[in-house]
Design a protein around this ligand. Sequence first.
Ligand SMILES: Nc1ncnc2c1ncn2[C@@H]1O[C@H](COP(=O)(O)OP(=O)(O)OP(=O)(O)O)[C@@H](O)[C@H]1O
Length: 430
Amino acid sequence: MEKEKQDVSSPRGVLEACVREFESETVTPENSTSESESRLNSRAVSHWRKFFKLWNKRSIKRLASFPPLGVPKIPRRKSRKESESPLLNNIYNFKSSLVNFTLSELQTATGNFSDENLIGKGGYAKVYKGCLRNGQLVAVKRLTKGTADEKTAGFLSELGIIAHVDHPNTAKLIGCGIEGGMYLVFQLSTLGSLGSLLHGSKDNELDWSKRYKVALGTADGLLYLHENCKKRIIHRDIKADNILLTQDYEPQICDFGLAKWLPEQWTHHNVSKFEGTFGYFAPEYFMHGIVDEKTDVYSFGVLLLEIITGRRAVDHLQQSLVIWAKPLLDSNSIKELVDPSLGENYNSEEIDRVVLTASLCIEQSPILRPRMSQVVILLRGDEYVAECTKEYREKTIQRTYSEELLDAEEYNSTRYLNDLNRHKQVAFSS
Ligand SMILES: Nc1ncnc2c1ncn2[C@@H]1O[C@H](COP(=O)(O)OP(=O)(O)OP(=O)(O)O)[C@@H](O)[C@H]1O
């Protein structure tokens, strides 16, 4: 057991190293910047400890024989058909499988973009259900907002990212169209978005096992974007409306309109214009415009809270879910947190894991938030670790820019709540 504790490549080692790292980085009196921050940090460590206790209680024997942790291999999608547009091929390094649709093909598929086929409306686009000549069901995203230049920029930016993304938990782009407008054509996700199922008017279709599946799959998709995709991608708009569900409730991350590639050597990206969705913003994003992996982790934490509670990130009274949930998370009041429509029909071990993961992901200081590779371990627990392959790609733990900045700065919970309220006022004042 002692030997395993020392081994940072074992699952137990990874988690214990995290706890040790948190303890040494956060609660020593020398580097604690204020009393309140120290209290805040102790709370985060105690969240990790709670998780760890849970882990220890159930899996001590099996853990000893676990193989080192590996990242599952992602199957590559096979090519469908050569793109018909050499220009787009050259400029955007298109996947060879993407189709260039004519306007008349898209009109035929969507009943001339009829209202009956309108299945989604976002800030930038209208999305129509369609059926291609070969019978394939599609979602056609027609960019509607902004000047011609803004539409082109938005289209190219989303296309440039989504065309490089290929994972079971990301939306599947089939092709695009640039005749008579800007169109992106995706495989249809028949159940629509997680947001529409969680908050829609239909009877509750999402039992706990489906919600847990959605949480796991979304974490896998986001891990892929951050760490396993050809480019390092920050999504920047993770929310329930941007998680689509296939017929068997497999989640697919969609809407790469705000996504950013971060070159390896960049610590972070800075933005001056606020884009995204209020209620999901990480504090370092609205305070400093910082975009990196940890800003997505925060949004993912809010998404987990939505899944647990069935509440919106910001409700009709403009109350923030994070502010509502924080005291309940801190006191581990699971019964008060859980969506009343679930009753007691949930697996308490799974819900404990999801609640603790959410608590960590919404920590105001990015350094206290886990990375997506840690989130996947936290959410899946020992069942996942037991299935891990022998391959272990050791990665040096590099701190993200926002971790460095927030660590260096005194940022306590009173300031955080003040900032959150201030930004809420700004967001809703126009
Ligand atoms: N492939 C798809 N299958 C089914 N429904 C989809 C698909 N793609 C999008 N939708 C629906 O359309 C909605 C809007 O899509 P999307 O988020 O891509 O648009 P947007 O204008 O970029 O939105 P936002 O304002 O969030 O940026 C989604 O929430 C979803 O309900």
